[in-house]
Design a protein around this ligand. Structure first.
Ligand code: ADP
Length: 386
């Protein structure tokens, strides 16, 4: 079989043209990683977050072009994004309230509860945030599978997609219905795979561009926490907007979080971002439950061999250095992408797979900490609960 070289792949990607700019994927410098193994090719594409899901056809075109190369048995293209949140106006310094002059989020249902205190949800024992320093690292994939892993461990679990810049739960959970309200005030969460879920994406079209200002982010999230009938939950997993800007800081500050899980890829640059995420939670005294290393290594879907595209183990070392738990590593694997992008996350669609087990183990570690914290036996001395 002819050897498939990185140069040959780049040459092919030089023929895939982005219709918007008229330039090739290679010429645009989108190709940030290439791995090949016995005829199986994986590439990562660094994309402009502003274009989001609009780039899906281009991603598919890349896969097709590579698949057409002689000797190629399978091709996977994964998009990652340095997704800077639209810069919101800074939240009012020194106090938690949101400005009364700010427009309320028109696209969210229910009443505006207003007020600036801490957002707590009665009946929910622990609210945890899944966060990342930048977009495209697999935060949402991790949040979904972590929530399903908690449910698989026998816990009553909810999942709130607070990533209002790019809600992904409708796609990842395959939800097409709209949430209902019995009394016109409270929304019923949509139950899927044993989880109670809510996403702004259930209410507005995924392709509708939304421009959010800091205070609007806060009030949209507040409504999704307060105006949804979550009922009794052991854990509510919140998929945070990516990044560490003011909007994220305000959320971390206002929601009564029991802890945060940081998702990072092993690339050094992503780890720098992960550190920013960590510092953000520390600043607002939210315990960091640990770091998950996603796309840790490339696991060939056919021969099972691993290649460490980005260098591996960075997150574990970083976690040790920073004194936070390392929760586990998840490989870059075709099954994880296809299952989560088709609405059947791997923890439910392939519950006996090694990947599902890895997510369940991470969930077990998270729960262990939450239940230990509940008993007041938390070890980490550098964390203060307000
Ligand atoms: P984020 O929430 O950080 O923006 P997503 O969870 O939406 O990232 O993931 C971005 C893309 O990468 C999605 O297409 C997703 O299916 C894919 N992906 C995430 N984690 C993995 C993984 N471990 N292996 C393969 N693909 C992955």
């Amino acid at each position: 079989m002819a050897e498939i070289t990185e140069t040959a792949i780049r040459k092919v990607l030089d023929t895939v043209i982005d219709p918007v700019t008229g330039r090739s994927v290679a010429a645009l410098g989108m190709v940030s990683g290439i791995a090949t193994r016995a005829g199986h090719v994986a590439v990562t594409l660094e994309v402009d977050p502003a274009r989001g899901t609009a780039l899906e056809p281009l991603r598919q075109a890349c896969e097709q072009a590579i698949r057409a190369m002689p000797g190629v048995l399978s091709a996977t293209a994964v998009m990652t994004a340095e997704r800077a949140a639209p810069s919101p106006p800074p939240p009012p310094a020194g106090h938690h309230g949101h400005s009364h002059g700010a427009p309320a989020a028109k696209t969210t249902p229910g009443k505006t509860t207003g007020g600036g205190g801490r957002i707590d949800v009665p009946g929910v024992k622990h609210i945890i945030a899944v966060a990342s320093g930048k977009g495209g690292v697999g935060k949402s994939t991790t949040a979904v599978n972590l929530a399903l892993g908690l449910a698989a461990n026998g816990l009553t679990t909810g999942l709130l997609d607070a990533d209002i810049y790019g809600p992904s739960m409708p796609r990842m959970l395959g939800v097409t219905e709209k949430p209902e309200s019995a009394d016109g005030k409270m929304l019923k969460p949509i139950e899927k795979y044993g989880l109670k879920t809510m996403s702004i994406g259930y209410i507005v079209n995924e392709d509708t561009p939304m421009i959010w200002r800091g205070p609007m982010v806060s009030s949209a999230l507040e409504q999704m926490l307060r105006d949804v009938q979550w009922g009794e939950l052991d854990v509510l997993v919140v998929d945070m907007p990516p990044g560490t800007g003011d909007a994220q800081l305000t959320l971390a500050q206002r929601v009564a979080l029991a802890g945060a899980v940081i998702v990072s890829t092993p690339q050094d640059i992503a780890l720098v971002d992960a550190r920013k995420g960590l510092n953000m939670f520390r600043k607002v005294a939210v315990p960091v439950l640990g770091i998950v290393e996603n796309m840790s290594y490339f696991l060939c879907p056919h021969c099972g061999e691993r290649s460490e595209i980005f260098g591996h183990g960075g997150a574990r070392e970083e976690a040790d250095k920073l004194g936070v738990p390392f929760l586990g590593e998840i490989p870059l694997h075709l099954d994880i992408r296809t299952t989560s992008d088709s609405g059947h996350p791997i923890v439910v669609s392939k519950p006996d797979s090694a990947h599902a087990q890895a997510y369940k183990n991470i969930a077990g570690r998270v729960w262990k900490q939450l239940s230990a914290n509940q008993r007041g036996a938390r070890k980490a001395p550098n964390i203060v609960v307000q």
